[in-house]
Design a binder for this molecule. Structure first.
Ligand SMILES: Cc1ncc(COP(=O)(O)O)c(C=O)c1O
Length: 345
């Protein structure tokens, strides 16, 4: 079976497991885990920031970012299908008490002008004050699209002008950096906070971090404690993350190339896919023009030995490449997919 459902399915390699078992450990709650401290230090340098906090998941990093920067009743703006808005169980409303305003985006990208049009940056007796703009890079629901740097700069220019902070949900930040061929701090240095994740394309079993300006992160350790996210000998996980930063970032280019191989072969096989829409490691296949029911399509794919997952849009299937796949796997998966979806049931 070739499993293309998600890059969260990666398993730690032997090298990573060795890094985990040999990592020096201590009690992280009292800042005595040397591996976590080293990881946090590396991350601030890598992302052009001042402070970092290791957390169990990217969802927690995002929610801590809100709890640190948004007061109850304040507004956050971002692309309307952002993971924070759609897939974090209503956390922004439940935890931070935020008013969430979702903007229509193009490939996950919204503009400074869209923010300017709706942002309330002065106190008002009626309107919620806008506290934060949220950028998701790469953007999951749009198909792993990377924000073009010019669009990011435009958003920052507007937010600087309006006095608005920017949070980047960089669960797949390193995919974006590799796709754009820039160092990660070119994407993150102007943000006030950034969430990064180690358990997706970077291949770790768990772990994420919130990175940002020192003043933004000042309450972050306390908030993490409140959410139950403070770990003890967390160096076991931070050791995996440090290994991943060293060994698994540049190789994301292979995942992107494999996604393009898959998309190209599917297009050549007559399926409705535009390989030009593949920026990183996601491939979306819209079944609408094939007249296929999505669950039926997934069953057919499974019986041909390939697993796709459901994308956000109801007629779309998603494949995600990662370090567990070789190019040969993607070639086989493409042939099986064409075979499964082309023939009459
Ligand atoms: C863009 C984005 N942000 C945040 C997350 C949350 O990551 P986790 O499930 O590891 O908390 C995901 C997970 O898929 C994601 O795609």
């Amino acid at each position: 079976m070739i499993d293309l459902r998600s890059d969260v399915m990666t398993l730690p390699t032997e090298g990573m497991l060795r890094a985990m078992t040999s990592a020096p450990l201590g009690d992280e709650q009292v800042r005595e885990d040397p591996t976590v401290l080293a990881l946090e230090d590396e991350l601030t340098g890598l992302l052009g920031q001042e402070a970092a906090l290791f957390v169990p998941s990217a969802t927690m990093a995002n929610q801590i970012a809100l709890l640190c920067q948004v007061r109850r009743g304040q507004e956050i703006v971002g692309e309307r299908n952002s993971h924070m808005f759609r897939y974090e169980a209503g956390g922004p409303a439940f935890l931070a008490g935020a008013v969430v305003t979702g903007l229509p985006g193009e490939a996950g990208v919204f503009t400074g002008d869209q923010v300017r049009e709706i942002a309330q940056v002065r106190d008002s007796e009626h309107r919620p004050r806008t506290a934060l703009a949220v950028v998701e890079d790469t953007h999951n629901v749009s198909g792993g699209r990377a924000w073009p740097l010019a669009a990011l700069d435009d958003l920052h220019d507007t937010c600087d002008e309006l006095g608005l902070a920017v949070h980047i949900d960089g669960a797949r930040l390193f995919n974006a950096a590799v796709a754009l061929d820039v160092p990660p701090d070119r994407i993150t240095a102007r943000a006030r906070t950034v969430a990064v994740c180690f358990s997706k394309g970077l291949g770790c079993p768990a772990g994420a971090a919130l990175v940002g300006r020192s003043d933004a992160l000042a309450p972050a350790r306390r908030v993490r404690q409140m959410l139950g996210g403070s770990l003890r000998q967390a160096g076991v996980l931070a050791g995996a993350a440090r290994y991943a930063l060293q060994h698994n970032v540049a190789r994301l280019a292979d995942d992107h190339a494999n996604a393009r191989v898959l998309a190209t072969l599917l297009a050549e096989g007559g399926l409705p896919i535009d390989p030009a829409g593949v920026d990183t490691n996601f491939v979306f296949l819209d079944l609408a023009s094939l007249g296929l029911d999505r669950e039926d399509a997934r069953d057919r794919l499974r019986s041909h030995g390939v697993l796709w997952s459901n994308a956000h849009h109801p007629t779309v299937l998603r494949a995600v490449t990662h370090l567990g796949h070789s190019e040969a796997d993607l070639r086989t998966a493409a042939a099986r997919t064409v075979e499964a979806l082309s023939k009459e049931p």
